[in-house]
Design a protein around this ligand. Structure first.
Ligand code: NAP
Length: 456
């Protein structure tokens, strides 16, 4: 049996874990091309995981091994569905795995959401992570108040990065321009707002605990917002991590503010109803509310106005459709059977698979993608024989892309960027400093991989 030729669309954790699982399928002979619309691999690991979460970032060392495998090629800066169609991928490969994540953000759908200074956490995270499509600061941090809507781990990341002392961010890979903007931040009060009670918050204990360990930040929790219902008590009894969470929140609610320069207010049972302002965010109206069993909000109560100059909504991500790939608009995911095989009109479409957030929705931590990748690899192993008859082109997609003058960043190109970022970091006294601009990434990847010493 000849080697299977596979394409993976998306070189983030889901795509890389899928390729990694293939590497360890002893009975499968394969080669894989990893496509990404960005010039760099690692997706959300590079542009989503908070820059100060160094341990999680170090997962790149493990996933780099996938790119170093001679059976794996990287096709960075290639947008599937535009530079190459999905039909072309399907005709050039025995199997195609969609692992392109969930890049869109959800809306609040409240008045004032379009004001300057009201933005998604995704935009802020992209900027402070040095994403090539987010070179300019998406908002000014010149007001003393900001609100972060949501009680998930993204909200926690954003609240932490906005309040953390700059000295502790200087050692991260954040671009120098981002550090300069954060250095000038006037923020003193950051409000993290959860529409439901503390038991229903989505953050994990480890991430929550970190908020209480920030130097120069008083965490403020209201005792009256920690009131539990009978069903909350049952939930706590069945889940030790919820008990730890409540213990921590109660402890914080008893703390007296120390007069620290920044305050992080964790508010529960309040929902945003209107963002105020004349062209630009000037305040946020919130309303007390109580979650009902069916996830609707009820018993709406008093309103209050928070003095904020920026509102960041961290209310979850959403998958986006790609031309030529089946898409369930209701769930924002690609429909699949229980084994990661893509469904077209309800039937398994031979040779198409999906992994990660675009398959299961935007939940779970990075490691969740490992199991996802394994699921695809297992299905590929079972389907291998029948896949060998599917491909209709024996030519290399590289030729097709070159004929269209697409600038491809290969593994060598990425290695060149990687080295240049490490050198740039060393000059600034840190392990790495990100190169942000798309043009620069392409220039460094080309010049350096051809042996020319062009500075970033
Ligand atoms: P998430 O965990 O789904 O949290 C979204 C939050 O937004 C929830 O608190 C939700 O409240 C709230 N929300 C949704 N719609 C709202 C509305 N209209 N008004 C007010 N609040 C609203 O999403 P996420 O924080 O974006 O995280 C996505 C995934 O990435 C999660 O699995 C997360 O654990 C993971 N992640 C992990 C890390 C880490 O491990 N450190 C870091 C970042 C992200 P309801 O519950 O009431 O809907």
């Amino acid at each position: 049996m000849r080697a299977l030729r596979l394409a993976i669309v998306g070189a983030g954790p889901a795509g890389l874990y899928t390729a990694d699982a293939l590497r360890f399928q002893d009975r499968l002979d394969f080669s894989v091309d990893l496509f990404d619309r960005l010039p760099t691999p690692f997706g959300l690991l590079r542009y989503g995981v908070a820059p100060d979460h160094l341990k999680m970032k170090s997962l790149t060392v493990t996933l780099q091994k996938v790119l170093d495998d001679p059976r794996v090629r990287f096709f960075g800066n290639v947008t599937c569905g535009r530079d190459v169609t999905i039909a072309e991928l399907r005709s050039h490969y025995d199997g195609v795995v969609y692992a392109y994540g969930a890049a869109a953000d959800r809306q609040l759908e409240i008045p004032g959401e379009g004001l300057v200074g009201s933005l998604s956490a995704t935009e802020l995270v992209a900027w402070y992570s040095g994403h090539p499509e987010s070179v300019e600061p998406p908002c000014r941090l010149d007001e003393t108040g900001a609100a972060v809507i949501g009680m998930g781990n993204v909200a926690v990341d954003v609240a932490r990065i906005l309040t953390k002392p700059l000295a502790e961010l200087r050692s991260t890979d954040m671009p120098q321009d981002v550090l300069s903007v954060l250095a000038g931040s006037a923020l003193a009060d950051v409000y993290m707002l959860g529409r439901r009670g503390p038991i229903d918050a989505k953050f994990t204990y480890k991430e929550l605990r970190e908020l209480g360990e920030l130097d120069g930040v008083d965490v403020i929790v209201r005792k009256d917002e920690l009131t539990l219902s009978a069903s909350d008590a049952v939930a706590i009894a069945n889940d030790p991590s919820l008990e730890r969470r409540m213990k921590l929140l109660r402890e914080w609610s008893l703390r007296r503010p120390t007069g620290a320069p920044r305050r992080l207010h964790l508010r529960f049972g309040v929902r945003p109803v209107e963002i105020l302002g004349n062209g630009r965010v000037g305040g946020l109206v919130v309303e007390r509310c109580l979650a009902l069993a069916d996830m609707k909000m009820g018993h709406v109560g008093a309103r209050e106005e928070l003095a904020v100059g920026a509102v960041f909504r961290a209310v979850g991500y959403r998958g986006m459709s790609v031309t030529g790939v089946p898409f369930d608009i209701g769930t924002g995911t690609i429909p699949t059977d229980g084994s990661a095989r893509v469904l077209r009109n309800g039937a398994v479409s031979p040779g198409e698979y999906a992994a990660g957030w675009i398959r299961r929705g935007p939940t779970g931590v990075l490691g969740t993608n490992r199991a996802d990748g394994q699921l695809v690899a297992d299905s590929l192993l079972l389907d291998a024989k029948e896949l060998l008859d599917l491909r209709t082109h024996s030519t290399d997609v590289m030729d097709l892309l070159e004929s269209r003058e697409v600038t491809i960043v290969t593994c060598d190109g990425w290695t060149a960027v990687d080295r240049a970022e490490i050198e740039l970091g060393l000059e600034q006294g840190r392990a790495r400093a990100k190169i942000v601009e798309h043009n620069k990434l392409l220039a460094v990847s080309r010049a350096r991989s051809m042996g020319n010493a062009v500075g970033p």
